[in-house]
Design a binder for this molecule. Structure first.
Ligand code: GUN
Length: 281
């Protein structure tokens, strides 16, 4: 039976550490404000944005809310970002994705100053990750590394298979695992023999975006299984990319959905905001 990796508990620990750090930094005269932009009213995005603002309030940083209508043009959004880039009182800018289809996400990601890019999506920050230099790192993969470290799960020399190659999760995840000296295989929708490759993983990180896709036959005995997926099933219950009840008896460690990777994304966003506060306020 696997040990559960409790992302909710670790996220709370990190937020408490950050809260204490922010209290000290505020005493030293530093300040921090995160601009949170949402375009349109996608219900899932509203939940995420609400949780991000709540986390800011909890750790003691200011959040500035920009709730823009669905009809907002790319030019209007770029002009807001330009204003926030130039505002010395703003240390982080987060524009919740996805954006409406008439706005090019790449244009927006490129427009946010790399110094305020607490999501770690700007090509300069991605490039820094590739060459092992300092910079903001995408929050979900950074959170997974933090979970593995806090559960003292070794990564050095292990075979890590990452399923998914998105810019937000799969690619940065692979680079972070490489930085930890893992041997990394990246799989994606064109991969042949996916099952066989997954069965070789000491650490299997699943970010394919398909509900309950990975069953016990994809998992080696005693593997560490990290499930990045989050979906609602027919009964409106949350589930991941992994068939939890099948995989759990085989794994040594596993993240549940909900309460695994999800809460870590926000904890690492707060970590990045505090880094921005330390570096630039
Ligand atoms: N949409 C889904 N995940 C994320 C994230 O980490 N940051 C932003 N800005 N949008 C998202």
């Amino acid at each position: 039976m696997a040990q559960l990796i409790d992302g909710k508990k670790i996220s709370k620990e990190i937020k408490d550490e950050l809260k204490a750090e922010v209290a000290e930094l505020l005493k030293q005269g530093k300040t921090c404000a995160l601009a949170v932009i949402q375009v349109g009213d996608d219900p899932a995005s509203s939940v995420y944005v609400g949780n991000k603002k709540k986390a800011c309030a909890y750790i003691g940083i200011e959040s500035l809310s920009y709730e823009l209508p669905e009809s907002t043009t790319e030019e209007e959004l770029l002009s807001l970002i330009d204003k926030l880039n130039k505002d010395p009182k703003v240390h982080g800018i987060l524009c919740q994705l996805p954006l409406p289809s008439h706005i090019c996400e790449d244009h927006i990601i490129h427009a946010i100053s790399p110094k305020k890019d607490v999501d770690g999506f700007h090509p300069q920050n991605v490039g820094n990750l590739v060459i092992g230099e300092k910079g903001f790192v995408s929050c979900t993969p950074a959170g997974i590394i933090e979970l593995l470290k806090r559960y003292q799960i070794p990564m050095d020399g292990k075979h890590c298979v990452v399923v998914g190659r998105s810019n937000i999760v799969g690619k940065p995840m692979s680079l972070l695992m490489l930085r930890e000296n893992a041997t990394v295989t990246i799989c994606h929708s064109h991969t042949q023999n996916l099952k066989e490759i997954c069965r070789e993983a000491d650490i299997l990180i699943v970010a394919i975006g398909k509900p309950r896709y990975i069953g016990a036959d994809y998992v080696k005995d005693n593997a560490v299984v990290i499930d990045v997926g989050i979906h609602r099933n027919a009964e409106n219950k949350l589930c991941g990319d992994v068939i939890f009840e099948e995989v759990e008896p085989k794994a040594s460690y596993i993240t549940p959905v909900p309460g695994g990777v999800g809460p870590m994304t926000i904890a690492m966003l707060m970590h990045n905001c505090v880094e921005a506060m330390k570096l630039y306020s």
